[in-house]
Design a binder for this molecule. Structure first.
Ligand SMILES: [Fe+2]
Length: 185
């Protein structure tokens, strides 16, 4: 009932639907964006905390590191979008950028990390991860991309296989992760 891959893909379709709605109907932007932002945040934190470590441990570390970088960049883009006036030309431009980045990320995850999980983990484990994903996702609903703890940023660093980050403050760590993500483009 709660296969982690099915749950993640279900969210992905919802992200695509909301992005398409905001792109085609500018009057929907002010109401859809907060829902999109919190669902994306909750989904991403749940993946990072529960799913990526499991995928990484099952010989998927390179794909996970890349996906994690894309999460860091998407969070930053969504924060910038939230700071924009939904009626401005800047919003429309940034929305197109968010849509391209997120769509690319979803496709890539569905081609790499998710099939890998299906291949490497048995059904019981996929169900167990699905439960853990749902619990974490629920805990993060209502949060935005900026509402992240130091422990979660440290988990992002582990997912990206970054060394030597244990003494860093949350801000230093976040700057390092973003710089790392942007240098990989
Ligand atoms: Fe993701």
């Amino acid at each position: 009932m709660s296969d982690v891959v099915d749950l993640i893909m279900k969210d992905h379709r919802e992200f695509e639907r909301m992005l398409a709605q905001m792109e085609s109907d500018p009057t929907s932007r002010a109401t859809v964006l907060p829902v999109f932002a919190t669902l994306l945040t909750a989904h991403s934190r749940a993946e990072e905390n529960e799913v990526y470590p499991a995928a990484s441990a099952a010989d998927g570390a390179d794909d996970v590191a890349h996906s994690q970088e894309e999460h860091v960049e998407a969070d930053r883009l969504v924060e910038r979008l939230q700071a924009c006036d939904p009626d401005s030309a800047e919003f429309a431009e940034l929305l197109a950028e968010v849509a391209e980045a997120v769509t690319h990320h979803l496709e890539e995850e569905e081609e790499t990390v998710l099939p890998h999980l299906r291949e490497r983990l048995d059904d019981d484990r996929l169900q167990e991860l699905g439960e853990a994903f749902l619990t974490s996702r629920e805990e993060h609903l209502g949060a935005g991309p900026g509402d992240i703890t130091r422990a979660e940023v440290q988990q992002q660093a582990r997912n990206m296989e970054l060394e030597g980050t244990s003494g860093m403050t949350k801000d230093e760590l976040q700057r390092k992760l973003l710089a790392e993500a942007e240098s990989e483009e």
